[in-house]
Design a protein around this ligand. Structure first.
Ligand code: ADP
Length: 185
């Protein structure tokens, strides 16, 4: 019994050791893949999507156009072009409506992005706060979904060794830090 409890605790530490929180601009990160909070057309938009397309250059838009869109909750991968990151994983978060389906779809964004990364042999990945800008998802609820679904994937996969959550504002950064410290206790 004691041994089992110990085993469970050390597994959690192993998961949390692979998660990092940073404040800043996701386009500057040196990781295998950065995740884009895209819209279903994949043809670019504002917020983090606009920043990623500006930094990657026009070839990214051309590759996205060839993909032909992405349903909400799913993920597609492209090259990173002028970005430091080698790839961009485009996922489409739900527009916040207050319905129960929101949390499932947001959770699918993280799970599907990570699964795609695993399938492509990617070991380091950075996420913005998907749906938390123009799409209006409350940050605290979204943070819990992002971290919980990520831990769930990391629990079953050793191939991803670094997941970075990148937040623009100090307030959002603190929400992630606080949540991670509560689940580490
Ligand atoms: P969505 O449409 O999914 O809500 P947004 O791009 O509007 O996506 O916002 C998602 C989150 O990304 C917001 O919290 C916003 O502050 C943040 N954000 C915007 N630009 C950047 C950036 N360059 N790096 C990291 N996060 C960013």
């Amino acid at each position: 019994m004691v041994c089992e409890e110990k085993k469970e605790k050390s597994m959690e530490k192993d998961i949390l050791d692979r998660i990092e929180v940073l404040q800043g601009d996701i386009t500057c990160l040196d990781v295998d893949a950065i995740v884009n909070a895209a819209n279903r057309s994949l043809l670019g938009g504002g917020g983090v999507d606009g920043a990623i397309h500006r930094a990657a250059g026009p070839d990214l838009l051309a590759e996205c156009r060839a993909i032909g869109g992405c349903p909400t909750g799913e993920a597609k991968i492209t090259r990173g072009y002028n970005l430091i990151a080698r790839h961009v994983i485009h996922t489409v978060g739900p527009v916040y409506s207050g319905k129960q389906s929101d949390s499932h779809l947001l959770s699918q964004c993280y799970a599907n992005s990570l699964q795609l990364a695993i399938d492509q042999g990617i070991s380091t990945i950075a996420f913005p706060a998907v749906s938390c800008g123009v799409y209006g998802y409350p940050m605290k609820a979204a943070c819990k979904i992002a971290v919980d679904s990520t831990c769930n994937v990391l629990k079953d996969s050793r191939s991803i060794n670094r997941v970075v959550f990148v937040l623009f504002s100090t307030g959002d950064y603190n929400i992630y830090k606080d949540y991670l410290s509560t689940i580490a206790d």
